[in-house]
Ligand binder design. Structure first.
Ligand SMILES: *[C@@H]1O[C@H](CO)[C@@H](O)[C@H](O)[C@H]1NC(C)=O
Ligand SMILES: *[C@@H]1O[C@H](CO)[C@@H](O)[C@H](O)[C@H]1NC(C)=O
Ligand SMILES: *[C@@H]1O[C@H](CO)[C@@H](O)[C@H](O)[C@H]1NC(C)=O
Ligand SMILES: *[C@@H]1O[C@H](CO)[C@@H](O)[C@H](O)[C@H]1NC(C)=O
Length: 804
């Protein structure tokens, strides 16, 4: 993986900014004699950014001076506005010019100053000019002094709603100046809106979104690697990010690794978006957005409440806590939060209980020390009765430093990749020390009467042989057999729409007219029971628009049935491998399907609480709704891995040949990278319209993967493409996807990209690394082909797959 990143990085460096921007001859400066009027612009010397007059909508007569990407973007992406609160209504005669002493000013025809820059040392420049730098920073400086520290003024110190690479967000403790984003009032009015986004260093730094004065979202504190509550912010090939924090300053910033356009924008509707310009689609591709779900709304569950987006309801009290106001809590008003079951007794002595997998609470009332050990941290917290919790300050290298919280703990989430926190507890609650792993217990009250179905799923972690019981309440409607009988005319043959792995699938219509699909597990299959439980547990907890939705289940008279939303267009294989139906899927539709599957997989691998490896991703398990949106289905053999565990081993290899990765078939080792392999096969099938398994070619006896590899090596990848896709105007995108797919099906799991990287690769035209030989390109030599020596050894394979 390292070499993969290195190559990628290297190629990106070579191309840095020679790509989306084209060096322009336009001027990049405003001088005393040369000013800017409506209709004229200046551009950064590399042609990336442009500045001039603009009006945000044709129906307003309001004009502003702003900076935008010069590269073609359908709706001009304005990244900075000068006179955001003071529009000009008549640009005739208006100008942006250098005015003495040392400032840049926007004047109307009547010579009134609408906006101007400002400097503490206005006389420092003898010959002041304004220049638009390649970073998008507009600076006022002396014509003969380009030193950063001597700039009189820079737009990067006055952000509007967009954080560009190289800009900073946070606070200078020496000058007291704060740099933060503030949204536009609305899409057409750049005046400061309701939402602001700060890197807030009160207590310990965390990013905070406010609506007016009210906190609406917080990232949780910085943990050395990232924000505690944003596990999706991981090392990637597009940008790096950091927190620069000492006595003098707390600045959050990011920097680009490649020739891409990416920005962080505080939108006027209260959503913070990290987007990436997808050149091939000519649109901004939203890569991360916050708040993303109910749990992201600040303090959803109140003090000591814990939010988990996968559960229904999302809020529960932390273990050993109970709702403070049970009545309101029961009707999903969680604002009252929770209190300790047993009150603290600081005089008689308290202790601490460790909670794991947590987004750390708001650090507004906190204290820290980078040099303390965790033990000293505990002692410090114990000495002060209002100290409620402590944790590592920095999680790198096994953890270091000390972070303490005073007062109630707010905005706690349960997250994959969450952290440990030690919460103050009455001594009598501490119990035996043996319970090293404290799993958050979830309140099992609600719904228990509705469903008598509580299923324990035991996940064995092979190395540590530690068992964890996930006996969660499933808030899932139970259907009576009679209702399903009626919906399907007693499971008549006409209503049968498919034969799944462990039974048949029927179409049904409920009394209200809702269409459903019913998976009826065959009574004879003994395996069925486990698969049934597995699927119920997995999917009931997962909610994503690219995963098929489970509506309910039915257990009666030895029958086990799952009720799903009905997918009008059934499954993907019925289209792509069918000569006439395949005509209905043009390339934009297929690309949309590929993207949807990728997002669904990303959710399974990364975003859901139970990290899920699907293990049986294939065309017939991709269902299509009426609008041809894909939904991943069939979680019968999916496996959940807990927390950071990313690989596992099984003696019972199940799956579908043609889609299974070599390390899985041969050694039973599966990981998220086995799903990536299957995804790669699927993409190639979508592009070629041919099945991997059973592929035949007149001139050789290799399978589809081998065929693609051969064409790729010989520089003829176009020959792969499904005949009726070739006359579309998306050839370069198709070629790129073949390349991405080949990266996904590489022999060694560590060479394959993970899903976040795949999504970036799909979105963006950055240079891809060279693909290595795919696994299994001849079907006949399945077992001999793959030898462990070609990759690393079995043990290492598992550890190498740590998330990055
Ligand atoms: C805009 O300003 C110019 C110059 O001052 C003037 O001639 C023109 O009438 C103005 N237009 C409007 C619509 O006010
Ligand atoms: C200009 O400087 C003054 C004093 O330093 C400050 O109060 C004011 O906010 C500044 N204005 C702008 C637009 O930066
Ligand atoms: C929600 O609960 C809190 C106390 O727990 C209460 O003060 C508040 O009025 C409740 N809000 C509503 C809308 O019922
Ligand atoms: C405990 O910490 C709080 C917050 O820092 C402080 O105000 C208080 O004085 C401390 N109490 C003692 C006894 O040190």
């Amino acid at each position: 993986m390292k070499s993969f990143l290195l190559i990628f990085h290297f190629l990106l460096q070579i191309l840095l900014c020679g790509f989306l921007c084209s060096i322009s001859n336009a001027k990049d400066t405003i001088t005393a004699t040369d000013f800017l009027t409506d209709g004229k612009t200046i551009s950064s010397s590399d042609g990336c950014f442009e500045m001039g007059f603009f009006s945000p909508a044709s129906f307003t007569n309001n004009w502003y001076v702003g900076i935008w990407y010069k590269h073609y973007v359908p709706d001009k992406s304005v990244v900075w506005v000068a006179n955001r609160a003071n529009p000009i209504t008549n640009t005739s005669g208006a100008m942006l010019k250098i005015a003495n002493p040392g400032r840049l000013a926007l004047l109307t025809a009547a010579n009134t100053i609408v906006w101007s820059t400002n400097s503490s040392r206005p006389l420092a420049a003898k010959n002041p000019i304004a220049q638009l730098l390649n970073s998008g920073n507009l600076v006022v400086r002396d014509a003969n002094d380009a030193k950063v520290e001597n700039f009189l003024w820079q737009s990067f110190d006055y952000p509007t709603d967009t954080l560009l690479p190289g800009m900073k967000m946070g606070k200078n403790f020496v000058t007291g100046q704060e740099f933060y984003l503030s949204s536009w009032k609305n899409e057409y009015d750049p005046a400061p809106g309701e939402y602001t986004y700060h890197c807030d260093p009160t207590g310990y730094p965390q990013d905070v979104m406010r609506k007016g004065k009210v906190k609406v979202f917080s990232t949780g504190p910085w943990n050395g690697l990232r924000w505690s509550g944003v596990p999706g912010l991981t090392k990637n090939n597009i940008y790096t990010f950091k927190l620069d924090f000492d006595e003098k300053k707390a600045f959050y910033s990011f920097a680009l690794l490649g020739p891409v356009m990416t920005k962080l924008t505080m939108n006027s509707n209260g959503v913070l978006q990290r987007s990436l310009w997808a050149e091939n689609r000519q649109e901004w591709h939203v890569y991360l957005s916050s708040p993303a779900d109910t749990c992201d709304n600040y303090g959803t569950c109140g003090a000591y409440g814990s939010c988990n987006n996968i559960l229904t309801p999302v809020c529960s009290c932390l273990d050993k806590f109970v709702p403070k106001d049970p009545r309101n809590w029961a009707v999903t008003n969680w604002s009252g939060g929770c209190v300790r079951r047993k009150p603290l007794n600081c005089q008689k002595g308290d202790g601490f209980l460790k909670y794991s997998g947590i987004k750390l609470p708001d650090t507004q009332y906190s204290w820290f020390d980078a040099s303390m050990t965790l033990h000293e941290c505990k002692q410090t917290c114990l000495r002060n009765c209002s100290c409620m919790a402590y944790s590592d300050l920095d999680i790198r290298n096994g953890g270091s430093g000390c972070l303490l919280w005073y007062g109630n703990l707010i905005d706690i989430h349960e997250l994959p990749g969450g952290q440990d926190i030690h919460i103050r507890m009455a001594n009598s609650e501490l119990g035996s020390k043996k319970t090293k792993l404290v799993v958050l217990s979830l309140s099992l009250l609600i719904g228990a009467t509705v469903i008598g179905l509580v299923i324990g799923l035991y996940i064995r972690k092979k190395k540590k042989k530690r068992k964890m019981n996930l006996k969660d309440d499933l808030d899932l409607p139970l259907f009576a057999l009679s209702i399903l009988n009626k919906a399907t005319s007693n499971f008549s043959v006409e209503n049968k729409i498919g034969e799944g792995g462990f039974g048949s699938v029927y179409k049904g219509i409920l009394e209200g007219g809702q269409e459903i699909a019913i998976k009826r597990l065959s009574k004879s299959s003994s395996q069925g029971v486990n698969e049934f439980k597995n699927e119920v547990i997995c999917i009931a907890k997962l909610q994503h628009r690219n995963l098929v939705k489970l509506i309910g289940c039915c257990i009666a008279r030895g029958e086990k049935m799952l009720v799903y939303e009905y997918m009008r267009n059934r499954s993907l294989d019925l289209f792509i491998f069918d000569e006439t139906k395949s005509l209905l899927l043009d390339w934009p539709k297929r690309f949309n399907i590929i993207n949807g599957i990728a997002r669904g997989l990303l959710y399974l691998h990364q975003d859901s609480r139970l990290r899920i490896i699907h293990r049986d991703l294939k065309a017939s398990n991709i269902l299509l709704d009426a609008d041809m949106n894909p939904k991943i289905s069939d979680f019968g053999i999916a496996r959940s891995v807990v927390g950071n565990e990313t690989g596992a081993n099984t003696h019972h290899v199940v799956g579908t040949h043609g889609y299974m990765s070599p390390e899985y078939v041969v050694h039973g080792v599966f990981s998220v990278k086995s799903d990536v392999f299957s995804f790669g096969v699927l993409v190639l099938e979508l592009i070629s319209g041919r099945r991997n398994r059973g592929f035949s070619h007149e001139s050789h006896s290799i399978n589809l993967l081998g065929h693609v590899w051969k064409l790729y090596k010989e520089g003829r990848p176009l020959e792969l493409i499904d005949a009726h896709l070739t006359d579309s105007c998306y050839i370069s995108e198709l070629l790129r996807l073949i390349h991405v797919a080949l990266l996904c099906v590489q022999q060694c799991p560590e060479d394959r990209p993970d899903m976040p990287t795949v999504i970036l690769m799909l979105a963006n035209d950055a240079i891809l690394p060279e693909a290595k030989e795919p696994g299994f390109f001849t079907e006949s030599k399945v077992t001999s082909e793959y030898s462990t020596s070609m990759c690393s050894t079995n043990e290492i394979t598992v550890t190498l797959l740590e998330p990055r």
